[in-house]
Ligand binder design. Structure first.
Ligand code: NAI
Length: 325
């Protein structure tokens, strides 16, 4: 069987890191065949041809084919995974509202295209920013796709928090379980270690509240900016890796006793208004995610979540005012 996977913005920095790993089996595994459906703007089709040439030259045994398109309805035809990475970056003088407008229109059109032509089992992952609200817009324009099949990426934030906590306590990343990111993929995101375990021990027994407030939360939330400052370009390989982790976990599930973080359509859990696309701790079994129920949340984390949710509500108002919802 061949599974079709769409990548938008495939000639961009994240797309370039993503396509080769998926082609080599990182998403579906070494025994599955993948057909890549790469979408770009007409102006980037030349660069995309180059990506396709390199994919061919890798001679991956897991790659059944590569299709290039500058039309979403062509690229998304029959796809089981839609990795929506391509987005308009914030340019000089652009306000956040301008960014929401430019990207809202892109994700409106891509949502409608997915609604029209994607496979029945399609899973949609939005990486392009502002990811949560782009996913909200796409979902609105794809009414027949189940809400449970639409998500935005906070796995990079999750992975960053796992790595930071592991380094702090001198453990391996594989020893860290039950990390949580709440809210928006933005500077207001809420990394939360209250329920995390390191080697089976509760993280709050290993790190103090000051380290969480003064180091973990700001470092994870500002990591994207720190990488731009250091590299002169935004995180690409790590964002691609997290996009694969997210989509792979969605198919293959979370490990027993662990969970992951995904931005999904809220059912009202934890006081997040129904319908907002917000990050939650989720378990995944048989391809279906479920928000981890009943976690105790202290006042400090509650206030951070409320601030991030207020930002998501504001973004929703802005795209609504633009006629995108
Ligand atoms: P990039 O600018 O290198 O590549 C974006 C590509 O998307 C370009 O090749 C562009 O031609 C294409 N594109 C733009 N509009 C398109 C459309 N309507 N259809 C198809 N392709 C389109 O940017 P990069 O570094 O690859 O980042 C992509 C997005 O991912 C950005 O929005 C960035 O902010 C976001 N990002 C998200 C992260 C997350 O954790 N959720 C982490 C890092 C980046």
């Amino acid at each position: 069987m061949v599974t079709s996977v769409a990548i938008t913005g495939a000639a961009g920095a994240i797309g370039y890191a993503l396509a080769f790993r998926i082609a080599s089996g990182a998403l579906l595994g070494p025994d599955e065949q993948v057909r890549l459906r790469l979408l770009e703007l007409p102006s980037a089709m030349g660069a995309l041809e180059g990506v396709a040439m390199e994919l061919e030259d890798c001679a991956f045994g897991t790659l059944a084919g590569v299709d290039l398109a500058d039309d979403a309805r062509v690229a998304f035809d029959g796809v089981s995974h839609a990795l929506l990475v391509g987005a308009r970056p914030r340019g000089p003088g652009m306000e956040r509202g301008d960014l929401l407008a430019a990207n809202g229109a892109i994700f409106r059109d891509q949502g409608a295209a997915l609604e029209a032509v994607a496979a029945d089992d399609v899973r949609i992952t939005v990486t392009g920013n502002p990811a949560n609200t782009n996913a909200l817009v796409a979902a609105h324009h794809a009414p027949s796709i189940p809400r449970s099949r639409i998500s935005a990426l906070t796995r990079l934030d999750h992975n960053r928090a796992v790595a930071r906590l592991a380094a702090k306590v001198g453990a391996g990343v594989a020893d860290v379980r039950r990390m949580t990111i709440w809210g928006n993929h933005s500077a207001t995101q809420v990394p939360d270690v209250a329920h995390a375990l390191v080697g089976g021990r509760p993280a709050p027994d290993l790190v103090d509240a000051a380290w969480i407030a003064d180091d973990l939360v700001p470092t994870v939330a500002q990591r994207g900016a720190a990488i731009i400052a250091a590299r002169g370009a935004s995180s690409a390989a790590s964002a691609a890796s997290a996009t694969i982790d997210h989509a792979r976990t969605w198919v293959h599930g979370t490990a027993e006793g662990d969970w992951t973080s995904m931005a999904v359509v809220s059912d009202g859990s934890y006081g997040v208004p129904e319908g907002l696309v917000s990050s939650f701790p989720v378990t995944v079994v048989d391809g279906e995610w479920r928000i981890v129920p009943g976690l105790a949340i202290d006042d400090v984390v509650r206030a951070r979540i409320d601030a991030s949710i207020a930002e998501l509500v504001d973004e929703r108002e802005q795209v609504r005012a633009l006629g995108l919802l």
